[in-house]
Design a protein around this ligand. Structure first.
Ligand code: ADP
Ligand code: MG
Length: 228
């Protein structure tokens, strides 16, 4: 049997954002800061509300570490959030030397949090996953799978399989989400993964979907690459 031993590397936030940008995948505004004074300077320039997130090779699930602070309304809140993030990371045994810094990000407000995943599989090829996202993803397990190449109607069929689909489609008079923008993002991810052979695995979670006509944007990406 063929076995393949593959060296893998998780892209850092700067690298993964650069790659997504090349393929026109919508992301929120985001800048990396090395230290507290840089953080405050960027925050002042970017405007409020903001989100602060820890950046460290040792931390994959940032919110489990108290490493994500959302809805920061002014510079005092940013300053306090920065200190809390450093303190929380230390509490979880991540030392100051293992923290590269933080990202200062635009806060995105939308209707729902979704996810797009992709995985390169030796047997099936490129597997695409879509679902309800955010921090409840493990609890809800509401996902649908497809195998590339996917036509638009394949993608629509996948979305229709989600239990949470009505939430996107004006359930009980609520606002309709921008499903066409989400479908377009899935198509861009599919073509990126098909083209970039070194991508082994990818997770955009969450993709925040806004009301129809307003688009969607990813605010957190995890990309695993094959190391040559
Ligand atoms: P992780 O998955 O590593 O814990 P995320 O970056 O996904 O960290 O953030 C966790 C949660 O915080 C998201 O599911 C979302 O609810 C919220 N969040 C993160 N970034 C933003 C943002 N820029 N705008 C709005 N909400 C955000
Ligand atoms: Mg996430």
């Amino acid at each position: 049997m063929d076995t393949e031993i593959v060296q893998q590397r998780l892209l850092n936030e700067v690298e993964s954002r650069e790659l997504l940008k090349q393929y026109g995948i919508e992301q929120n505004e985001c800048e990396f800061a090395n230290n507290k004074s840089e953080t405050l300077e960027i925050a002042q320039r970017m405007g409020f509300p903001l989100v602060l997130k820890v950046v460290s090779d040792k931390i994959v699930h940032k919110s489990d570490f108290g490493g994500v602070k959302v809805g920061l309304q002014n510079i005092e809140e940013v300053s306090e959030a920065y200190d809390q993030i450093m303190e929380n990371s230390n509490k979880h045994d991540v030392s100051a030397e293992d923290i590269d810094g933080v990202t200062v990000q635009e806060m995105v407000t939308g209707l729902e949090e979704l996810l797009i995943g992709a995985k390169r599989d030796l047997i099936f090829g490129t597997i695409i996953v879509v679902g309800l996202g955010g921090v409840w993803v493990e609890l809800m397990k509401d996902v649908a799978l497809g195998i590339a190449p996917l036509s638009e109607s394949d993608i629509i069929r996948m979305l229709n399989k989600l239990k949470g689909y009505p939430l996107l489609d004006g359930y009980r008079g609520s606002e309709k989400a921008d499903i066409p923008a989400f479908i377009a993002m899935i198509q861009k991810i599919e073509s990126m993964v098909v083209k970039e052979k070194d991508i082994l695995e990818l997770d955009l979670n969450p993709v925040i979907i806004k009301k129809r006509g307003s688009g969607c944007a990813t605010v957190d990406a995890r990309i695993v690459m094959r190391e040559q």
